[in-house]
Ligand binder design. Structure first.
Ligand code: MN
Length: 419
C-alpha cells in the first residue's frame, strides 16, 4: 500500500495524518452551525451530512448522517461501512469527476470545533498490556507476584462509565476522593495528589451481539479505533481497588481523540500479538494478525511552558488484541451494543521511556521525571496539558489519529465543606 492521491492537495504529503488512505470519521461544528458528521481529508473536513443531503452520498432509504454521531452508520453493518468508504474514495481521489460538486462541502479543520464522534453505549477498560501489568504489579505486590495467576489466560477488565467519556480538548477537573493514608486505617478526604494518565487505544464496537463471539466474529464487529486517555487518581485507586477493582479513581473522565480511524484504514498495519508464554484456551486464540503497528507518544506541557515528550511506545506491545478482549467480554452471553467502547489497557513497552503512565514513569513517585523546562514530575500538576499522539507509518504515507488532549484544572473547593 502506498499514498493514494487526492485532489485535496494537502492530503498528499507523506507526513500528513489524514491522506486518502485514512478518511477518519468525526463530528464537527463551525461558528453558529449545529454539529454534523465529517470526514478528515488533508487539512479539510468533508461535511458528509451536507453531502448526503445533496445526494452525493446515498446508502439507503433513510439518511445516515442527519444526527451528529456515527452510530447510525455503524448500525448498518460492514457492507455499508465498505460502501461508504468506497464512495468517499471515489469522491475525493485525484481526478474524481464530481470534484466541483464536492468542493463546496469542504470546511477547513482550522475553523472547526470537534465533538464526540459517537454516542458511547457502555465503556469497558482492560489491563491487557504485559509491561504495564508487570510494572504496576511489581510496585504493589513485588516482582515475584507481579502478574496475577489469571493474567496470561484472559484479558482482565472492569466495567467503566460511558457517562464520563469526553472528546479531546475537554478540560479535566482534578477530582476529590477518599485517599489512602499512610496507614490502611487512616484515609482522608482531599483532592487527588497522584492524578495520572493512561495511554490506551479505544476500540469501538460497531455490531451488536447477543451471545458468545469467536475471536474472528469479534474482530469483524469492531468498527474502528481512537486514542484513549484513562485519567486515573492513583491515591483514590490504591485505597478503593480491593477486591472489586477500580471505581471512583477512573470515573472522573476518559478522553478520546476526535477522529475514528476505521479498521479498514488500519488493515495494512495489522501485526501479530507477542509470543504466548502459555497457550490460550481455544476460544481466545488469535485468528490471524490482530494488533496494529501504531507508534504512540505522550507529551506533557506545563502551564505556560513547552512540551516534553515523556513516553514513546507502540500498540503492538499489547498482549491481547481488542478482538480478544471483545470475545472474552461476550463469553458469558453478555450482550454487546453498537457504540460500546473498549479501552485496551495502558500500553507500555520494555524500557523506561516506553511507559504509558506517570505511575510507571516515576515508579510510584520515587523517580520523578525531568522535563525540558527543568521542572520535575511524579504526577500531574494543575495546569499541565497532556497529549496522546498516534500514527501508523507506511511507505511514503502515514495514518494519524488526531491528538487526544486534556488540560488538568485545579480541584474545585471542597464540595462538602461547611460554609
Ligand atoms: Mn486503564
Amino acid at each position: 500500500m502506498s499514498l493514494r492521491k487526492s485532489w485535496v492537495t494537502s492530503a498528499n504529503s507523506a507526513a500528513h495524518p489524514f491522506p486518502l488512505n485514512n478518511l477518519p470519521y468525526g463530528v464537527f461544528s463551525t461558528e453558529d452551525e449545529a454539529p454534523c458528521c465529517g470526514v478528515a481529508i488533508g487539512d479539510m473536513i468533508l461535511d458528509v451530512t451536507a453531502a448526503e443531503a445533496a445526494g452525493l452520498i446515498d446508502l439507503g432509504d433513510e439518511p445516515l448522517f442527519d444526527a451528529p454521531m456515527w452510530n447510525p452508520l455503524m448500525e448498518e453493518g460492514p457492507a455499508v461501512w465498505t460502501a461508504l468508504r468506497a464512495r468517499l474514495v471515489a469522491l475525493l481521489e485525484d481526478g474524481a469527476n464530481e470534484r466541483a460538486k464536492v468542493e463546496v462541502f469542504l470546511v477547513p479543520q482550522a475553523e472547526a470545533e470537534m465533538h464526540m464522534p459517537f454516542q458511547v453505549s457502555e465503556f469497558t477498560d482492560f489491563y491487557a498490556g504485559r509491561h504495564h501489568a508487570t510494572n504496576v504489579g511489581t510496585m504493589f505486590r513485588g516482582a515475584e507476584n507481579a502478574l496475577p495467576p489469571n493474567w496470561l489466560h484472559l484479558p482482565i477488565g472492569y466495567n467503566g462509565r460511558a457517562s464520563s467519556v469526553v472528546v479531546s480538548g475537554t478540560d479535566i477537573q482534578r477530582p476529590w476522593g477518599q485517599l489512602k493514608g499512610p496507614n490502611d486505617d487512616a484515609p482522608r478526604w482531599g483532592p487527588s495528589a497522584r492524578f495520572d494518565i493512561e495511554l490506551e487505544m479505544g476500540a469501538i464496537v460497531g455490531m451488536a451481539s447477543a451471545g458468545p463471539l469467536s475471536v474472528q466474529e469479534a474482530d469483524d464487529a469492531i468498527f474502528g479505533y481512537v486514542l484513549l486517555n484513562d485519567w486515573s487518581a492513583r491515591d483514590i485507586q490504591a485505597w478503593e481497588y480491593q477486591p472489586l477493582g477500580p471505581f471512583q479513581a477512573k470515573a472522573t473522565a476518559t478522553s478520546i481523540s476526535p477522529w475514528i480511524v476505521t479498521k479498514a484504514a488500519l488493515d495494512p498495519f495489522r501485526c501479530e500479538t507477542p509470543a504466548r508464554e502459555v497457550e490460550l484456551l481455544d476460544h481466545l486464540k488469535d485468528c490471524g494478525p490482530m494488533l496494529y503497528d501504531i507508534d504512540l507518544e505522550v507529551g506533557l506541557t506545563p502551564d505556560g511552558g513547552s512540551e516534553s515528550v515523556i513516553a514513546r511506545t507502540n500498540y503492538k506491545e499489547m498482549y491481547y488484541s481488542s478482538a480478544q478482549q471483545l470475545a472474552h467480554h461476550a463469553t458469558s452471553g453478555c450482550p454487546m451494543n453498537v457504540g460500546d467502547l473498549l479501552g485496551s489497557g495502558t500500553i507500555s513497552g520494555p524500557e523506561r521511556g516506553n511507559r504509558g503512565s506517570l505511575l510507571e514513569l516515576s515508579w510510584g513517585g520515587t523517580e520523578p521525571l525531568e522535563l525540558k523546562t527543568g521542572e520535575t514530575r511524579s504526577f500531574i500538576e494543575d495546569g499541565d496539558t497532556l497529549v496522546l499522539k498516534g500514527a501508523a507509518k507506511g511507505k511514503g504515507y502515514c495514518l494519524g489519529f488526531g491528538d487526544c488532549v486534556g488540560t488538568v484544572l485545579p480541584a474545585l473547593n471542597d464540595p462538602f465543606a461547611k460554609s
